[in-house]
Each structure stands twice: as structure tokens, then as C-alpha cells.
Design a protein around this ligand. Structure first.
Ligand code: EPU
Length: 339
């Protein structure tokens, strides 16, 4: 067995490993190519007094310029049809796989079910952490089980959907960020495909003669490409704020002033408002602050115009939150994780 210390990469540059392209370095980097390395990694880190953080595709993080610890990147690959039930095909995927490649692969295998989640950046292992969602679908809808390394017990544990405590952009893994390392994810894709076309921009497809998982995926790709800036050209971390879910009374004055404001009724007398709409109405679409700004294309997206660090992003996020709070009385919350 190679000594773990020999595999640590000193002064590891992470600027090309986060989609916001923030200047970021880690005292050590480590490519984790299999779960066997994890017990050794955490033992070594504890012995050396070094914190460990796990990074997937780096698409939902705001990295600090210097991390005085070990940044471990999951580099585990593989996807397979793992079995079937009466109604579902079970797909098992390693954490390091790219989410969008998985979407394309399942469609090539003839399985629909995750086509609405096409083009979401990031890895498969990161998908359950924030229960990725788009176009009326979320990971929880097709989730079967996952395995994760539990740092507390030092063993590999299996989670079913209930144990994951999925909610809007949330899960037990997001709530306890230092505890679990997701290793494999199993999806249950329905054998009898039902298109999910409720979202604006997809409903027109309902009458298409060639309606299939692939045509829906192609439409989702076209929609995302037209609305959201591409992080390869304009570095960003997707939606920067969650859509706020507020009591009806907090939404009422806004809807009285703007009857057409996007709003989606929820359980327990609550309403989901659109953070992008609130930010645009606050006059911040295209707003710039130093090297960062709000995208001119979508008010929910923070972009790095070049050379930004975590503090620049934090200052802009605070400005947006203060402005929206003063204008509408609504508190916004960041979606990416500051690491
Ligand atoms: N809007 C504006 N101005 C803007 C952007 C949007 O007024 O600049 C309004 C639009 O009029 C629209 C409403 O906001 O009525 C919603 O916009 P959109 O359909 O673009 O969706 P979103 O709520 O802003 C969510 C997800 C996205 C996901 C899309 C599509 C969150 C935080 N974001 O955005 O997820 O792709 O729906 O389903 O839930 C991500 O998480 O990184 C992400 C991109």
C-alpha cells in the first residue's frame, strides 16, 4: 500500500476546480480513487491535526482563498444497471461521475426519469447533498439508496430516501457537512416513462409526435443554455440564492403591488417566491461590485468577471440580501456552500 502522505499534493491549486473560478488553494490536495483510502485519510488528518473537506465538481461552493487542510476530490468512476424491480430499473453510479453524462447515458440505455435534470453541473456524489432540482423534478423523485462513508463510525452505511431527509435543496448530508462522504448512488428509473412537462417551456412538447426522454432532455438543454450563463465562459455557481418560502402574509404585500409576480403556493400556508424576480425588481440584474456581479442574463446567478476571491462574492451576496430585504422585507439565503 502506498503511503498516504506520498499521495498528498502540496499547495494544491483549486482555481480550475470550482465553477466560480475563485482564486483558491489548499495546503494539500488528494485524489480519492476508491473508498479504501478514506479510513487512512481521516486517520492521517486527525493525527496531523488537519481538517478535511470533500469536493465534487466544485459547482455549488464558494471556496476560501487558502484552506489549511486537505481537500479530497472524489475520483471514483463507474455506472451500471444494478438490477430491477417490477416497475423500475435500478442504476448504480460512483460519486465521481459527472451528473450530466449520467443523464445522457440513462437515455442511451432507454431509461427516462432524469431528463429534466439535464445539464446541471457537478458530480453524482454531490447531487444528493443539495437534492438537485430543475424543471419540476428533483433527485428525490428517482432516488433509491446511496452508500456513504461515515466519519463518525468509520464504516460504510446505506441510506434510503427517508434517511436522506430530502427537502428543497436540502438533505442530511447538507445538514451534517463534515460527517458523510457519498460513495455510490442508486436511482430507480420507472420502466413506464411518464413525461414531466408541467414547467413553463416544456408544456408545448406535450403534443409532439416524437415525445421521448431524449426530446425532453434536448428541450431542457436548450432552455438552460438560453437562460443561464455557461460557467466555462462566465464562471458562476448556478442559482446563488434559494427561492424563499415565506408565510402568505409576507408574500401578500408583494402580490398586491405586483399581481404578476411569480409565486407558487406551498403546504402550511406558505408561498414560494422567485428570488430571481425579487433581485431583478430590486434593480440588481447586471449589477457589478468589483470583480463580481449579478448576471445580465439571469438575476439569480452571481458571476466572476475575473480575479475574484471568496470575500468579493460574500460582499456582493450581502449587498443583494440587504437590498432585497429593504425593498421587499424578504430574507434571501445563499444556495452554495462557503468552504
Ligand atoms: N425571473 C426574473 N428575472 C430573472 C430571472 C428569473 O424575473 O432574472 C423570474 C422569471 O420571470 C420566472 C421566475 O423568476 O417567472 C423563475 O425563473 P426560472 O424559471 O429561471 O427559475 P428559478 O426559480 O430562477 C429554479 C432553480 C434553477 C433551475 C430553474 C429551472 C432554484 C434556486 N433555482 O430557478 O436551478 O434550473 O428553476 O427549473 O430553485 C440551480 O440550482 O443552480 C439552478 C439553476
Amino acid at each position: 500500500m502506498t503511503n498516504l502522505a506520498d499521495r498528498l499534493i502540496p499547495d494544491f491549486d483549486l482555481s480550475a476546480r470550482n465553477t466560480l473560478a475563485l482564486r483558491a488553494r489548499s495546503r494539500f490536495g488528494l485524489l480519492v480513487d476508491g473508498p479504501d483510502l478514506l479510513p487512512e485519510l481521516f486517520e492521517h488528518a486527525t493525527a496531523q491535526g488537519l481538517p478535511v473537506r470533500i469536493l465534487g465538481g466544485g459547482s455549488n461552493v464558494v471556496l476560501a482563498p487558502n484552506f489549511d487542510g486537505i481537500t479530497a476530490l472524489l475520483a471514483t468512476f463507474g455506472r451500471k444497471i444494478a438490477g430491477e424491480t417490477a416497475d423500475h430499473t435500478l442504476i448504480e453510479v460512483a460519486s465521481g461521475e459527472t451528473w450530466h453524462d449520467l443523464v445522457v447515458w440513462t437515455i442511451e440505455q432507454g431509461s427516462g426519469g432524469i431528463e429534466n435534470l439535464a445539464l446541471i453541473p457537478g458530480t453524482v456524489g454531490a447531487a444528493p447533498v443539495q437534492n438537485i432540482g430543475a424543471y419540476g423534478a428533483e433527485l428525490a423523485d428517482v432516488f433509491h439508496t446511496l452508500t456513504a462513508f461515515d466519519r463518525q463510525s468509520g464504516s460504510i452505511v446505506t441510506f434510503d430516501r427517508t434517511a436522506c431527509a430530502f427537502a428543497y435543496r436540502d438533505s442530511v448530508f447538507k445538514q451534517q457537512p463534515d460527517r458523510y462522504v457519498v460513495l455510490t448512488v442508486r436511482l430507480a428509473l420507472p420502466k413506464a416513462w411518464q413525461p414531466n412537462l408541467g414547467f413553463a417551456g416544456l408544456s408545448e412538447l406535450a403534443d409532439a409526435a416524437d415525445l421521448s426522454p431524449r426530446t425532453v432532455m434536448d428541450r431542457v438543454i436548450a432552455l438552460r443554455t438560453s437562460k443561464l450563463p455557461d460557467w466555462r465562459l462566465t464562471p458562476n455557481a448556478g442559482s446563488f440564492f434559494q427561492n424563499p418560502i415565506v408565510p402568505h402574509e409576507a408574500a401578500a404585500p408583494i402580490l398586491a403591488e405586483f399581481p404578476a409576480a411569480p409565486n407558487y403556493p406551498q403546504a402550511n400556508d406558505r408561498t414560494k417566491l422567485s428570488a430571481g424576480w425579487l433581485i431583478e425588481q430590486s434593480g440588481l440584474k447586471g449589477f457589478r461590485m468589483g470583480p463580481v456581479g449579478i448576471s445580465e442574463r439571469h438575476a439569480l446567478v452571481v458571476v466572476n468577471h475575473g480575479g475574484a476571491e471568496q470575500a468579493d462574492v460574500a460582499a456582493l451576496a450581502d449587498h443583494v440580501k440587504d437590498t432585497v430585504l429593504n425593498r421587499f422585507g424578504i430574507a434571501l439565503h445563499e444556495e452554495p456552500i462557503f468552504l
